[in-house]
Design a protein around this ligand. Structure first.
Ligand code: G
Ligand code: G
Ligand code: NA
Ligand code: MN
Length: 252
């Protein structure tokens, strides 16, 4: 399969793009943007991220992809800041990244190189970071947090979530997976799961973001349940950089 080689070349050529999806509070304030990687293959067209991220993970290319995404996102944050747009950006990192020696230092160096304050970067991790070496992962993440980088726990509810694991991770935000959010307005069990998750997160001092919000009714239910912010097609899908700039400006 030539896809791996093609991906490597695309990264070297700068042909892999980032799109940005807003996270907004219920008062309309833009809490941040999530960077989502996009690759259009010259012959195959759009390759789904899940597909090429799996390839990058199994081939050892993942650290390189993550460095590329961090540099691209931080360059964009710096550009937006120079234009008077001060919005934090969240980058997804894979469990393997967190276990790569020197990861925390590499993130700090990149922030410095791009002149971006650590508080403008958020890293989205999943509970899977705790599968390999929980203590080491927690130490790396604590190092990043001490430096001022914000940590967000992604896809919450889909893994082996437990209070013990949650307590171990120095995160300031929890994202409820869209599989629980999608049918929130019509399914009582999902509504109860979301309610409990919001309460649990708040009792631990975390902000809660709901993913995959597609309609007004879900938005209203989430607001009533005390959720802090939402992300989803109701607000905006992931947009290319220029469109994101226009979207941010239109928001004021
Ligand atoms: O938009 P969506 O199809 O982009 O994303 C699919 C999956 O790919 C999600 O689980 C998302 O977290 C993941 N993903 C998107 N961009 C990145 C990235 O830059 N790095 C990593 N590790 N995962 C990403
Ligand atoms: O794993 P992660 O949470 O990073 O994945 C985000 C994924 O969810 C991306 O593929 C993104 O494009 C997708 N997504 C974002 N908003 C919505 C939405 O409102 N509905 C659906 N179905 N998918 C969404
Ligand atoms: Na994510
Ligand atoms: Mn998610």
């Amino acid at each position: 399969l030539g896809l791996l080689g093609d991906l490597r070349r695309a990264l070297d050529a700068g042909d892999v793009e980032l799109h940005y999806q807003p996270k907004v509070r219920f008062d309309g304030h833009v809490a941040g943007l999530e960077a989502l990687v996009r690759w259009v293959h010259p012959d195959r067209g759009r390759v789904p991220p899940d597909e090429f991220i799996a390839i990058a993970e199994s081939s050892g290319l993942m650290p390189h992809l993550t460095e590329y995404v961090l540099d691209t996102a931080l360059a964009q944050v710096a550009k937006w800041r120079s234009q008077g747009l001060f919005v934090p950006v969240a980058v997804n990192v894979s469990p393997r990244d967190v276990h790569t020696p020197g990861f925390a230092g590499s993130v700090a160096a990149r922030l410095a190189r791009h002149g971006v304050p650590p508080g403008s970067l958020q890293l989205e991790i999943t509970e899977h970071v705790l599968l390999e070496d929980p203590q080491r992962a927690a130490d790396t993440l604590a190092g990043l947090t001490d430096h001022g980088v914000k940590m967000s726990l992604d896809d919450f509810g889909t893994g082996y979530s437990s209070l013990v694991h949650l307590r171990r991770l120095p995160v300031s935000e929890l994202k409820i997976d869209r599989s629980f959010v999608a049918r929130l307005a019509v399914d009582n069990e999902d509504a109860e799961i979301v309610r409990c998750t919001v309460d649990l997160a708040h009792s631990l001092g975390l902000l809660v973001v709901a993913e995959g919000v597609e309609d007004d009714e879900t938005w209203e239910r989430l607001r009533d349940l005390g959720c802090d912010a939402v992300q989803g097609w109701l607000v905006a899908a992931a947009m290319p950089p220029q469109e994101t700039t226009a979207w941010l400006r239109a928001r004021g």
